[in-house]
Design a protein around this ligand. Structure first.
Ligand code: ADP
Ligand code: ZN
Ligand code: ZN
Length: 729
């Protein structure tokens, strides 16, 4: 160590797969008093120039000072990540054992990662704009909307962009002399109630009264669909805005944004920023800036929004908290729900996890007193649907639909003139194509999986990789003409429904819902309440409102019943309860019909009693007994390689190296192949590690990661660790 006493060393997080920090000298001629943790620096890294986040200032480095390179420049004058945000990112990097530089990068927009300074303009109404008659811009709705937003207060360019107004709209208004540039405001955003909400029911009041602002507490809000959870969120948000703070609302998927945004916008006049993966870089930057500067009162976003820096966070809401999409499945594998809870703790504010079917993780936390548990037991209007099983044994089926379900469908759409919703969790026409003469089956060349028949596209497609082939007209093996499809997908059922019903049939799956507006169009149709049938995959279970749906049919419950995943039963209960929750929302008496070959299975008995809690209790007891999550703690260490033996060997060596040192009570299994060992041409193996406590789990995980880093690996082999995995196959 050869540092001079006054030297300042910068410790920086850099986006690289290396799990460590890097030391630099300050940029030349930089006022070092400006250098604070959370600042972003431009730095030389190898031969590249990168953005790194300053996480600490040191007096000495472990490296010799002559070897340290100076940073190029400070990107913004002030810290972009506040100390609490930085602490959150640090925690996440430690907890998920992911490189801190990549975690920090996940919290920054692309412009900053690319070294571009943040745009800085705000707009306000000019005198001319203020005097404009209300209907003057009737023909230009976007411009009218911009003026309306600016009437309330001056707003940053980024806030207006985040509200969906393009730069072109603002340029146009500026050319017309209706708006002018001004300095951005750093005041908390103005807000107003556009309309008061309904008078709350007593059970809603009780929840709101129990959620105290300004202090950390995790609240589990369990309420059946239609019980008024969203209304509780809206009330909590208004308290939060009242206190001059920002509310962060996480939703499980992009498709729900327009619906959520519309409901929030009609309640509050305040800048709302939307953050999700469907935005352009420019829109994302604008929304990020609105959140970071404090200009947005409400931030609605999918998973990654939980990492966005916020100037004055006062409330965190996680809607549909059980949803698997909160867990990132590649790269930085974090759970946005769990990060949200940690974030609330660091920021000392309440967090509310809402769901009709809470995850067992959250239920267990509630039962053990770590979370407060609130229940909304009644729908605000209409009764709960009746759930009934239909025994399929020996029944005649048409496109998977038995006589009883068919009759109920006819009654719903033709007699009652209502809508019916059918759930089938398999897209395409059929999951298998087979030759009746020689037995040939269409398999994927790259995965241990069959190709799905997509009749409309005349293609065979793999649902696990990008493979796609034209649909053969003859058997490739024997040349015969006896190709048959086996099994059932949404396309096939759709075809049948269209041929035997006069009413419109809408298919909702990732093939049919490609376009940006497809879901909006469908929701509009649903709002119009004309008789019709909506047929779809699990996309239907995600919390969309279908007010006219009177009948819900689960076509193939057996497919859900047999799952290789220990969470299979939990998922099925959530799915059926969620899909069932779409029935009869506005009026009395929806009906849910579940087709199965094993109606005596216990899960149906509990579901029929609409008793998700009883079911959860049973499954939880089972998990306690087996030491599986959430009772025990789990991580997977996974490796994939083009050569099967390489993946297995790498993990076997790893296991051998750490085995003698594992903390007491930890159990390791494997290496084991994944349930689909080959996927997209790569062989996938894994080690399971179960531990009785988080601490033991973490210790074991650290040991495995350290050993994996030390061990060395074939170049083409990838390995990664997945803490609290939710896909264990
Ligand atoms: P959830 O989010 O639990 O599905 P919502 O908040 O969407 O429930 O409420 C369901 C419906 O009931 C909505 O149309 C909502 O406007 C209405 N609603 C909610 N709370 C009340 C209330 N206290 N009084 C009257 N209607 C209510
Ligand atoms: Zn053949
Ligand atoms: Zn494939």
């Amino acid at each position: 160590m050869t540092n001079t006493p006054q030297s300042v060393i910068l410790r920086v997080a850099i986006p690289t797969p290396l799990r460590r920090l890097f030391d630099y000298l300050p940029p030349p001629s930089c006022d070092t008093s400006r250098l604070q943790p959370g600042c972003v620096l431009r730095l030389p890294f190898g031969k590249r120039e990168v953005s790194g986040v300053l996480v600490g200032l040191l007096e000495e480095s472990e490296a010799a000072v002559e070897q340290l390179r100076p940073a190029f420049a400070l990107l913004e004058e002030h810290a972009l990540l506040a100390p609490k945000t930085l602490a959150l990112l640090q925690w996440a990097a430690d907890y998920y054992l992911h490189p801190i530089g990549e975690v920090c990068a996940a919290a920054l927009p692309k412009a900053i990662r690319d070294g571009k300074p943040l745009p800085r303009t705000a707009w306000s109404l000019s005198d001319r704009g203020k005097g404009l008659p209300e209907d003057a811009l009737k023909r230009a709705p976007a411009q009218a909307r911009a003026l309306k937003l600016l009437q309330e207060c001056r707003q940053g360019h980024e806030t207006l962009r985040a509200a969906g107004l393009s730069s072109a709209v603002l340029r146009e208004l500026h050319t017309k002399g209706l708006i002018e540039r001004c300095l951005p405001s750093s005041q908390p955003p103005r807000w107003e109630l556009r309309e008061p909400g309904p008078t709350l029911a007593a059970e809603q009041e009780a929840v709101i009264a129990a959620i105290e602002p300004g202090q950390f507490q995790c609240h589990l809000l369990q309420g059946v669909t239609g019980s008024g959870k969203t209304e509780v969120y809206l009330q909590l948000i208004s308290h939060c805005l009242q206190a001059g703070q920002q509310a962060l609302v996480l939703i499980p998927e992009i498709g729900l944004t327009p619906q959520t945004l519309a409901r929030f916008e009609s309640r509050f006049a305040t800048p709302i920023a939307v953050l999700h993966s469907g935005l352009s870089d420019g829109q994302r930057l604008a929304a990020w800036q609105a959140a970071q500067s404090g200009a947005a009162g409400i931030i609605i976003g999918t998973r990654s929004a939980v990492l966005a820096p916020l100037a004055r966070l006062g409330l965190l809401l996680v809607d549909e908290e059980h949803d698997a999409s909160y867990k990132q499945q590649d790269g930085f594998r974090y759970s946005a729900r769990d990060v949200a809870v940690k974030r609330a703790q660091l920021e000392d504010c309440p967090v509310v996890l809402g769901s009709a079917t809470p995850s067992l993780e959250s239920l267990r936390n509630a039962r053990q007193g770590r979370y407060r548990h609130h229940q909304l037991r009644h729908r605000r209007s209409g009764a709960m649907p009746t759930i009934k099983t239909i025994d399929l044994r020996g029944a005649a089926l048409r496109a998977g639909i038995g006589e009883e379900l068919l009759r109920a469908l006819r009654h719903t759409v033709e007699v009652e003139e209502r809508q019916a919703l059918l759930f089938l969790n398999r897209r395409g026409y059929a999951p298998t194509l087979q030759c009746h003469s020689c037995g040939w089956v269409a398999d994927c060349d790259h995965c241990d999986a069959r190709l799905t028949v997509h009749l409309r596209q005349r293609a065979l497609r793999c649902h696990h990789c990008a493979a796609r082939k034209p649909l053969p007209s003859q058997c490739p093996a024997c040349g015969g003409n006896a190709l048959l499809t086996q099994g059932l997908g949404t396309e096939q059922t759709e075809e049948y429904l269209r041929s035997s019903f006069k009413c419109p049939v809408h298919r909702v799956d990732s093939d049919a819902m490609r376009g940006r507006d497809a879901m909006d169009t469908l929701l509009e149709i649903a709002q119009r309440q004309e008789p019709g049938i909506i047929l779809g995959t699990q996309m239907l279970s995600k919390g969309h409102h279908f007010p006219a749906v009177q009948l819900v049919g689960v076509i193939d419950a057996d497919a859900l019943l047999y799952s290789a995943d220990f969470r299979g039963e939990e998922r099925m209960a959530q799915l059926i309860t969620q899909v069932g929750g779409r029935a009869g929302r506005e009026e009395a008496g929806g009906l849910v019909l579940v087709q199965t070959h094993c109606p005596e299975a216990e899960i149906f008995t509990t579901l029929k009693a609409a008793n998700y809690d009883a079911l959860a209790d049973g499954v939880l007891a089972e998990r306690e007994k087996r030491g599986l999550p959430p009772a025990g703690q789990l991580f997977l260490l996974r490796a994939d390689a083009r050569e099967e033996a390489a993946a297995e060997r790498f993990l076997a060596q790893l296991r051998y190296a750490v085995n003698p040192h594992l903390p007491a009570g930890c159990q390791c299994f494997g290496p084991l192949p994944s349930s689909m060992p080959r996927r997209a041409g790569r062989f996938r193996w894994q080690i399971w590690c179960l531990a009785p406590t988080r601490r033991a789990l973490h210790e074991a995980a650290q040991q495995l990661v350290a050993a994996a880093e030390q061990q060395g690996k074939p170049r083409e082999l990838n390995w990664f660790i997945d803490m609290d995995p939710i896909d264990v196959q």
